[in-house]
Design a protein around this ligand. Structure first.
Ligand SMILES: C[S@@+](CC[C@H](N)C(=O)[O-])C[C@H]1O[C@@H](n2cnc3c(N)ncnc32)[C@H](O)[C@@H]1O
Length: 283
């Protein structure tokens, strides 16, 4: 959608839902009817609806206006400024879930899977993974205080804990060598491409959540370098990348003592690199 100046619109009349649709459509919202329904349901009265519609028409992401995003069939809270979990990242979640289930093998009821969601943003990714596993010990971390505040609500609801800090420095030392699934949906947009992102991302999500450095893989390099000492034998690290970055990203992961596997999905329009620690490795 496009940004446009907002003028107050009376929304208390009987034709208010048509007004909302018209207003959203005029602002460039492609799914104006759907958005109108969601915004109307979120507002407790016409005055609040007018505020919500005004924010959306001014270009704020729908999820920030609603205060939640749908991810893997759940609603997770998303505060203004915090990265909105993307539908394509559900591919990463399901790849992680399949590997977690392989690790638990035939144990009755499944053994507890230790999950770390590094660069967790809202925490939706780790919370969604914990929700599909029989037993998970969930830890999440982010460097951005706003993300950490938001993730604490989503992750606490999933029985997990959230820490603030720079990548692995945020984690309790007791997790070293114990992590079965390391989710690392790090920023991966090349710095030079940030200006090409939709305004919703560029203007309303933290630069820190998007910018992955010159080739987009700077944060992934740091995660790959640290992962082997935090993963349990047989554990996996999973990172989303763009299709163009997948081969280079797999090479980076493979340089750090992990077996690297790039996986792409046309259905999800998503690419993921999985790094696996060998079962006999010393870390
Ligand atoms: C692309 S967003 C992904 C958020 C979340 N995992 C998701 O899938 O919705 C990247 C996140 O990495 C965080 N981040 C960036 N650099 C970081 C660092 N050095 N240490 C920890 N978190 C970092 C950002 O604050 C942001 O929340």
């Amino acid at each position: 959608m496009t940004s446009s100046p907002v003028s107050p619109l009376p929304l208390s009349s009987a034709d208010s839902s048509a007004d909302v649709v018209t207003r959203l459509r005029a602002a460039g919202c492609v799914f104006a009817e759907d958005e109108a329904r969601l915004l109307t349901a979120a507002a407790s009265d016409p005055a609040e609806l007018a505020v919500l519609v005004g924010r959306r028409a001014a270009g704020e992401p729908l999820e920030h206006v609603l205060g939640w995003a749908e991810f893997c069939g759940h609603h997770y809270e998303v505060d203004p400024g915090v990265f909105v979990p993307r539908r394509r990242t559900e591919f990463l979640m399901w790849q992680a879930a399949a590997r977690a289930r392989e690790l638990t093998g035939a144990a009755p009821g499944g053994r507890t899977v230790v999950v770390v969601d590094l660069c967790c943003g809202s925490g939706a990714l780790g919370a969604a993974l914990a929700a599909v596993l029989d037993r998970a010990e969930l830890h999440a971390a982010d460097i951005d205080p706003a993300a950490v505040r938001c993730a604490r609500r989503n992750v606490a609801a999933a029985g997990g804990r959230v820490y603030q800090g720079d990548l692995f420095e945020a984690l309790p030392a007791a997790l070293r060598g114990r992590v079965d699934i390391l989710l690392a949906n790090v920023p991966y947009v090349p710095t030079g491409d940030i200006g090409l992102l939709p305004a919703e991302a560029r203007l309303h999500e933290a630069r820190l959540a998007l910018d992955g450095g010159a080739d987009g893989l700077d944060v992934l390099r740091r995660v790959a370098a640290g992962a082997v000492s935090w993963l349990a034998p047989g554990g996996h690290v999973l990172s989303e990348v763009s299709g163009r970055q997948a081969a280079l990203a797999a090479g980076i992961v493979g340089e750090h003592g992990l077996t690297a596997q790039p996986i792409a999905s046309a259905e999800w329009n998503s690419a993921v690199v999985v790094g696996t620690r060998g079962r006999g490795d010393c870390g």
